[in-house]
Design a protein around this ligand. Structure first.
Ligand code: SAM
Ligand code: SF4
Ligand code: FES
Length: 349
């Protein structure tokens, strides 16, 4: 049964929720390897050998939210907070461009100091100076803000839905609502962004059925990117004592996501690289086709501590660039030379 369901998913990219729950839980090593192999084949057929690199600048760790899992939550007073001055952000972006990055991701906590004007100024200057695509990942904003960012030149937006289980979402996000999250994803699509959603694997109280819902939710939303990574508990948060996601379960979710969403961009996350020295390579071999190396100036890095033991905290951007190149070559893959826009755009137009 497992084998025929995986074959069906690899061919038709459709499974019912019950079938997906079954496929997410291989019974033995053989079934697990089959799942990973099929996902890798689908990735090869639809995305090829290219791995897209996105250089990420974590430009502010100041956050007004209080997500229970995150080290940047406003109530965590044991964190040295920073905002990187605009000139330094622009230098970091220029440095990344010289290293060959074609996408710059601007990520931060939810920091209202960054008015639309301030953020648009950064976006415009990067777009004027460099031939790159820009992805924003700055949380929930108004429709008007999203429109201004888009007009300033932002190409993509990453807003993870975190979990498709509404009750769990509510528990994890004081003062926020799952409805509001989904409307924003819809707004972003309407505004012509390439949109990324995504979930965490191994959240306290999360079930396999919830993970199946996460995948089906992203498929239904027809997202361009799906950021799937393990939840890693942080000591200075209310979930500090939780157990967190495993590498194995994260890889299974990734593989199933690839089977059901053949054209989606799937990052091998930094979090998966934090769980295991070869976590990112493993992810790239069971469906993933994107890596997001850190290009934050190194003196700020240790303070962007969303979870502990994050990799690359002491490395310079040049070092990460070389490291990732080697890792990609070591598994017989290539670094993409194009912008790495949504693979769905080609199909849509
Ligand atoms: N503030 C913006 C937001 O929440 O969308 C962007 C920055 S936030 C740090 C980026 C992502 O970090 C979140 O979407 C969440 O999935 C992830 N994250 C936060 N805490 C985490 C943890 N303890 N383990 C794994 N991922 C975590
Ligand atoms: Fe803030 Fe984002 Fe962390 Fe939530 S996940 S506390 S919004 S940085
Ligand atoms: Fe940063 Fe390997 S990617 S050191």
């Amino acid at each position: 049964k497992f084998k025929s369901l995986v074959a069906k998913a690899a061919e038709w990219h459709e499974l019912t929720k019950e079938e997906l729950i079954y496929v997410l839980q291989p019974e033995d090593h053989k079934e697990r390897e089959l799942l990973f192999k099929k996902a890798d084949e689908v990735r090869q057929n639809y995305c090829g050998s290219d791995v897209h690199l996105r250089g990420i600048i974590e430009f502010s760790n100041i956050c007004e939210r209080n997500c229970l899992y995150c080290g940047l939550r406003g109530d965590n007073k044991r964190l040295n907070r920073y905002r990187i001055p605009e000139e330094e952000i622009l230098e970091a972006a220029a440095g990344a461009y010289r290293l060959g990055y074609k996408t710059i991701v601007l990520q931060s906590g939810e920091d209202s100091w960054y008015t639309a004007d301030r953020l648009c100024s950064i976006i415009r200057k990067i777009k004027e100076g460099l031939d790159v695509a820009i992805t924003l990942c700055v949380g929930e904003r108004t429709y008007e803000d999203y429109r201004e960012f888009r007009n300033a030149g932002a190409d993509r937006y990453l807003l993870k839905h975190e979990t498709a289980n509404g009750a769990l979402y509510t528990r994890l996000h004081p003062g926020m609502s799952f409805r509001a999250r989904i409307s924003r994803l819809e707004w972003l699509k309407e505004l012509g962004y390439q949109v990324g959603a995504g979930n965490m694997v191994g959240l306290p109280g999360q079930t396999i059925a919830d993970l199946a819902d996460d995948i089906l939710f992203m498929k239904r939303m027809d997202v361009d990117m799906a950021g799937i990574g393990p939840f890693i508990p942080h000591g200075n948060t209310p979930l500090g004592k939780a157990s967190g996601g495993t590498l194995d379960l994260t890889l299974r979710v990734l593989a199933c996501a690839r089977l059901l969403m053949p054209l989606v961009h799937l990052p091998a996350t930094t979090a998966v690289g934090t769980l295991h020295p070869y976590g990112r390579e493993k992810a790239l071999q069971c469906g993933a086709n994107v890596v997001m190396p850190n290009i934050t100036p190194s003196r700020y890095r240790k303070d962007y501590e969303i979870y502990p033991n994050k990799i690359c905290v002491n490395e310079e951007p040049e070092r990460c660039r070389g490291c990732i190149q080697n890792r990609i070559s070591s598994i017989g893959r290539t670094v993409a030379s194009d912008y790495g826009h949504s693979l769905k755009l080609k199909v849509r137009h």
